[in-house]
Write a protein that binds this ligand. Structure first.
Ligand code: AMP
Length: 435
């Protein structure tokens, strides 16, 4: 007896179906268009990489690497992981393809699925999609250091401006940009701050929840991320990183704000914005949008100078972001901006054997002109044909019978209002183009 198991998509994964996929395609086409105008080129790295690439870049102590990666042993015993994000891949690509020798800076974008074994909920999936971009620049001998601050800040601001331009083009609503600087890993900067933060957290340890208590040891900065109601007042009283930035990081942060102002990009500052991944430094940002409930971050990004070097490349600066495409789409749909277009432009209702030849030719010419055409494979009764045209959401029914073929005058029915008119093929094409 046949096995009747019903297969289902694995928990946390989804099938994307028409007409929703039209919106996905529109979003992706818009990203390509907008990013292209800023001089970015697309890369398509593989979706799996050596596990070590992620462990080393994201950090072995992070939730993403420690708990959420899909890791498996390949047949040659090497450890492979499905990518939980793509910045590490982009850095590997940069190194592997000698991009330090390309005209600098190198501006790249990607889009595609990422994989994290998180607890699924609205806006959070185990296979989700990101659209991201990175700007990488290898530091030339004699360059770098404090004199690069204005340049780096302008690059940061332009990257942020690009995401905001993309969201504006899509008509995303309730977009809010938050920025922060998390300094750099030095005693007189973030490291010193983290020590102070840790000491302050130890003092209030009893009042914190178990997650935050654990993070005092593993990753104190992440406590600032907490959404627990009972911890908010305590967190508000903790030392702030903005008061512990070194001079260079403070200058860079001030310059980023000035550059955002120059570009007319509105932001708010959020000293609690720390980002979950280890490799960020200085500029960090997050963008939220309407209609997403608790998972309302649609984009996160920041600067990560030094990551390429950590992965075996030359000293290289980096700044980038990743947009959560699933959430972006949800927000657009909630705002009624996901309206899929009508299913077909033209339904060819043909009757009689002779008419089939004309119907095939008409469908070919209309499709070649770019219109979406439904051509029934067999003759249908008039009423049934119109019913099907209606169900498919067609705009027009093109009625082809013996009469129409003899006279060369097509009968065109507008399905929205039932109006019917006779016209030549070229007149019909004109009418379609005016849509
Ligand atoms: P991250 O790579 O963690 O900085 O995340 C960047 C963006 O990706 C977030 O702002 C979210 O919009 C999106 N994102 C991250 N994890 C998920 C997930 N599990 N499901 C859906 N979107 C996600």
């Amino acid at each position: 007896m046949a096995n009747k198991t019903k297969f289902q998509a694995i928990k946390g994964t989804r099938d994307l179906l028409p007409p929703d996929t039209e919106l996905w395609n529109r979003v992706e086409a818009t990203a390509r268009e907008v990013f292209g105008t800023f001089g970015f080129g697309e890369i398509r790295p593989p979706i799996f990489e050596p596990t070590e690439l992620f462990a080393r870049s994201i950090g072995a102590d992070t939730d993403v690497v420690g708990k959420e990666m899909y890791t498996f042993e390949d047949r040659d015993n090497s450890s492979i992981s499905l990518r939980p994000e793509a910045t590490a891949s982009v850095c590997r690509v940069y190194i592997e393809h000698g991009m330090h020798a390309w005209p600098q800076p190198v501006k790249l974008y990607y889009l595609g699925p990422m994989f994290r074994r998180e607890r699924p909920q609205k806006g959070r999936y185990r296979q989700f999609y990101q659209i991201g971009a990175e700007v990488l620049e290898t530091v030339q001998p004699g360059q770098g250091g404090p004199k690069d601050i204005p340049k780096d800040a302008a690059v940061d601001a332009e990257v942020i401006e690009m995401v905001m331009a993309f969201f504006a083009r899509l008509g995303l609503e309730g977009v809010q940009l938050e920025i922060n600087s998390i300094g750099h890993a030095a005693e007189n900067c973030r490291r010193g701050y983290v020590q102070k933060l840790k000491a302050a957290l130890e003092q209030v340890k009893d009042k914190l929840g178990p997650d935050s208590q654990r993070r005092i040891e593993t990753n104190p900065l992440r406590v600032l991320d907490s959404k627990l109601e009972s911890e908010q007042a305590i967190i508000a009283g903790l030392p702030k990183i903005s008061e512990h930035l070194c001079d260079d990081c403070a200058k860079q942060y001030a310059e980023v704000k000035r550059q955002l102002d120059l570009r007319g990009v509105k932001y708010t500052e959020n000293w609690r914005l720390v980002r979950g991944l280890d490799y960020y430094m200085r500029t960090t940002f997050e963008i939220t949008a309407r209609g997403l409930g608790s998972q309302n971050a649609v984009c996160g990004g920041g600067r990560y100078d030094g990551l390429v070097e950590l992965l075996g490349g030359l000293p290289t600066k980096g700044i980038g972001f990743a947009i959560g495409e699933d959430r972006l789409i949800l927000s657009l749909q909630e705002a009624g901006k996901g309206g899929a277009e009508a299913g077909r432009d033209v339904f060819v209702a043909w009757m009689g054997e002779k008419a089939q030849t004309s119907a095939i030719a008409a469908a070919q010419r209309l499709r070649a002109a770019g219109f979406r055409v439904e051509l029934p494979p067999v003759e249908q009764k008039f009423g049934k044909a119109l019913g099907q045209a209606d169900k498919l959401g067609a705009r027009y029914a093109l009625i082809l019978g013996e009469d129409e073929i003899a006279t060369g005058q097509w009968t065109v029915k507008t399905l929205a209002d039932g109006a019917q008119a006779k016209m030549s093929e070229s007149e019909f094409l004109e009418k379609l183009k005016r849509l």
